[in-house]
Write a protein that binds this ligand. Structure first.
Ligand code: HEC
Length: 140
């Protein structure tokens, strides 16, 4: 009798778990979703040491690149700002700026600025931000 109830319970469980399964996705004929447009793509995740002493350029391209490389919305807005200030369009890329200090970069990243949302320690750690700020902050 005991065995019978165990078997019944297992059958019930099996029936329930089958019902819990999500409905099958519509057949895609082997095709995944289309790739995102280039301005939404991130470069490859950096490998190796991403913490203190990590390569600031790689970390910048990974964490900030989808807005601050060519075609990013940060680059587009800053290009307009720089040109209105009488500079060349290349200055829209943060990597081409010589007037940023490391402290300013850190402040903008953690506090945000106008259309730039603040980047938290989940987005990039303090050690990663230090490396990025050293890379961008050429002005003393
Ligand atoms: C979601 C897009 C986005 C991301 C991600 C982003 N930014 Fe920005 N950033 C912007 C925009 C937009 C601006 C221009 C803000 C404005 O209108 O003044 C900006 C401005 C800045 C400025 C100020 C430049 C100036 O002339 O004052 C710095 C410095 C900066 N970003 C650094 C970074 C760094 C470093 C990262 C990565 C940790 C980063 N940003 C990530 C969108 C972004």
């Amino acid at each position: 009798m005991k065995h019978l109830s165990v078997v019944a319970a297992m059958a019930l469980l099996a029936a329930c778990s089958q019902q819990d399964q999500a409905p099958a996705a519509p057949a895609q004929a082997g095709k995944g979703p289309p790739p995102p447009p280039p301005y939404q793509m991130r470069p490859e995740a950096p490998t190796g040491n991403r913490l203190a002493g990590g390569d600031g350029k790689t970390l910048f391209e990974y964490h900030c690149g989808y807005c601050h490389l060519t075609g990013g919305m940060g680059t587009n807005l800053l290009t307009k700002q720089r040109m209105m200030a009488g500079e060349t369009p290349e200055k829209g890329l943060l990597a081409n700026r010589a007037d940023l200090t490391a402290d300013y970069v850190k402040q903008v990243v953690r506090m945000g600025k106008n259309a730039m949302p603040p980047q938290t320690r989940v987005d990039l750690t303090d050690a990663e931000l230090d490396a990025v700020a050293i890379y961008l902050g050429r002005a003393k």
